[in-house]
Design a binder for this molecule. Structure first.
Ligand SMILES: [Ca+2]
Length: 580
């Protein structure tokens, strides 16, 4: 039975709390670290007028609510796709209230600009009793719609499933630019403190709107959003029960340094220095992808254009041996020895002269043919990593004019790799501290309260290596005496690029299996993913091989298991594959 909700503003101590520096009173409302048993959320509803929430939510400490509006059923769609600016297909998301607000509005004493943790919450009228904190990507800086959607063509979303969903700008308003790095507090907010400031506000909003705190709370995102989720798992475990981390950006500052180093390497073989993509052209990448498939495709029992057994493939494939070496001019069918050196070194990952690794290796996988792979290798190092390394991950920051788009080309790796640990009196916390999960192999607080953590990661992710997720799991498993899978699992997505795309089955619902794990104790042994081919209704993936069924399905398997073909089955159907 749905619970009728009292929407009267609660005359709690909160209403009397002055706008103290953030929310000491709310912080006291952290739930206890008890009850490790699975427990399901109980739905409730909001039956008032969304506009009334302006009054209901007044007086939240440190918080300004700026709007509360009704979003009618169908105004937002889950799934489907855009055609000529019109949404086609998908399912209508139910009516909900959209609340906009800001926490910690302030003026920076350093750069004089206005900062605030802007957020929106989407609150379903028929609520499933759960909170979903949506981590956004890149450098944050804008409030993306709080839909909690995942995968290349979302098949559902947290809002569509009835969650109350929160999204924020993580404390800066630079819309993906890095100028906020001048402000020390904005750095910390981007790293983790925006989550710490917003979570108690969101919980209190839920309590006032529905009359109770969320029964279960989830945090999910991909890329930097996956990093936010992992950071929450270590810093704010008391507030979250389920963590969904897609392509989580472990050691993001060092990943950005690795991107700059990789760009330097590509520059050495680029035929046009103004276009790094000429170092390794689309035709050349397809040649390498074919060579990988030749060696590795059948290792999983199915010659189907997907390399499921990534680990065995690394032993089976040899770039120097298996890719033809050019004997004349480069024509796309071969690589020069210099190109092979560059590509092999980038896959191996950067290391300092004394052998210390700066960033992880990457596995060979045919997904390097994807446009998204090239975007991260050739475009974003200059277009983003220069700015983020200089302005956010270095102390003191360097302005973009000083650290220009070619500034990266002349700085040695040793210099670049020293930035993320640098500090000054004005910037006393190093990027490697404020960006990373705290001791990511100690998740005992999350584990002990029955929390669960689910990672997914594209095997051809060119910026955040899937190996970082696998290495994390192996370290966690060692720390947990081989029992990490009881509360943490990693699902590699073969062929998938960064968060989506590539020759892959890249649409899936990872929220439902996580909820079932947290609330029913049923661990996810496989997640069925599907392709986005022509006619399947979702956003079209133009990079699918023509010989794949448009609606091909595959199981995503928890590492170290691999999807293996069962003799006699239909090659296009997930049911023909076993995780083992
Ligand atoms: Ca295969």
């Amino acid at each position: 039975m749905r619970r009728r909700t009292d929407t009267t503003p609660l005359p709690t101590r909160l209403a009397a709390t002055p706008c103290a520096p953030l929310l000491a009173a709310l912080l006291l409302a952290v739930p206890s670290l008890a009850a490790a048993q699975p427990r399901a959320a109980v739905p409730a509803s909001f039956e008032g007028d969304c506009a009334s929430l302006l009054a209901t939510l007044s007086g939240l400490p440190g918080t300004t609510i700026t709007a509360a509006t009704t979003i009618p059923a169908g105004a937002v769609m889950a799934g489907g796709r855009q055609v000529d600016g019109r949404h086609v297909g998908g399912e209508a998301v139910a009516a909900h209230c959209r609340v906009l607000g800001t926490v910690n509005e302030r003026t920076s004493p350093v750069d004089g600009r206005a900062y605030g943790i802007d957020f929106e919450m989407r609150l379903p009228l028929r609520w499933n009793g759960r909170f979903f904190h949506q981590g956004n990507g890149g450098l944050d800086g804008s409030v993306l719609p709080a839909l909690a959607e995942f995968g290349g063509g979302p098949v559902t979303g947290g809002l569509h499933q009835g969650f109350a969903v929160l999204s924020s700008n993580a404390g800066n308003r630079d819309r993906g630019e890095a100028n906020f790095g001048a402000d020390p507090q904005a750095r910390l907010d981007y790293g983790y403190q925006a989550v710490g400031s917003l979570t108690p506000v969101a919980r209190e909003i839920i309590r006032r709107v529905y009359g109770k705190l969320p029964d279960r709370s989830y945090f999910g995102g991909c890329s930097n959003g996956g990093r936010h989720a992992l950071v929450a798992a270590t810093r704010y475990a008391a507030w979250y029960d389920g963590i969904l981390a897609g392509a989580p950006a472990f050691t993001l500052p060092m990943s950005s340094v690795a991107q700059l180093w990789g760009a330097q390497r590509y520059l050495s073989v680029a035929t046009d220095p103004a276009n790094l993509g000429t170092a390794f052209t689309p035709a050349e990448r397809r040649t390498v992808a074919r060579a990988i498939l030749n060696r590795c495709d059948a290792l999983d029992g199915a010659a189907d254009g997907i390399v499921q057994d990534t680990a065995r493939c690394q032993a089976a494939f040899d770039l120097r041996r298996d890719v033809p070496s050019c004997t004349g001019a480069r024509d796309g069918s071969c690589l020069t020895e210099a190109q092979k050196d560059v590509v092999a070194s980038i896959y191996a990952g950067p290391a300092l002269a004394d052998g210390r690794r700066v960033y992880s290796s990457f596995p060979y996988d045919p997904g390097l043919s994807a446009a998204n792979w090239a975007l991260w290798e050739f475009t974003l190092p200059e277009a983003r990593s220069t700015f983020s390394v200089g302005m956010i991950f270095k102390a003191p920051p360097e302005s973009m004019t000083e650290f220009d788009r070619r500034g990266f080309a002349t700085r040695p790796l040793e210099t670049l790799a020293s930035y993320p640990t640098s500090t000054t009196p004005l910037y006393p916390v190093a990027a490697m501290s404020f960006m990373n999960p705290v001791n990511p192999t100690d998740l005992s607080a999350l584990r002990d309260r029955g929390g669960r953590i689910l990672l997914y990661h594209g095997v051809s992710d060119a910026v955040f290596s899937v190996n970082t997720s696998i290495n994390w799991f192996r370290d966690l498993d060692a720390a947990q005496g081989g029992r990490a899978a009881e509360f943490a699992r990693v699902f590699p997505v073969p062929g998938m690029a960064h968060c989506s795309a590539g020759p892959a089955t890249d649409q899936f619902d990872a929220i439902t299996p996580l909820v079932r794990w947290v609330e029913e104790g049923i661990a996810p042994d496989r997640i069925v993913a599907s392709a986005r081919g022509p006619g399947t209704g979702g956003a079209l993936n133009a990079e699918l091989p023509a010989d794949w069924a448009p609606n091909r399905t595959r199981p995503l398997c928890p590492y170290p298991q691999v999807a293996r073909f069962v003799e006699g089955g239909n090659l296009e159907d997930a049911g023909s594959f076993a995780c083992r």
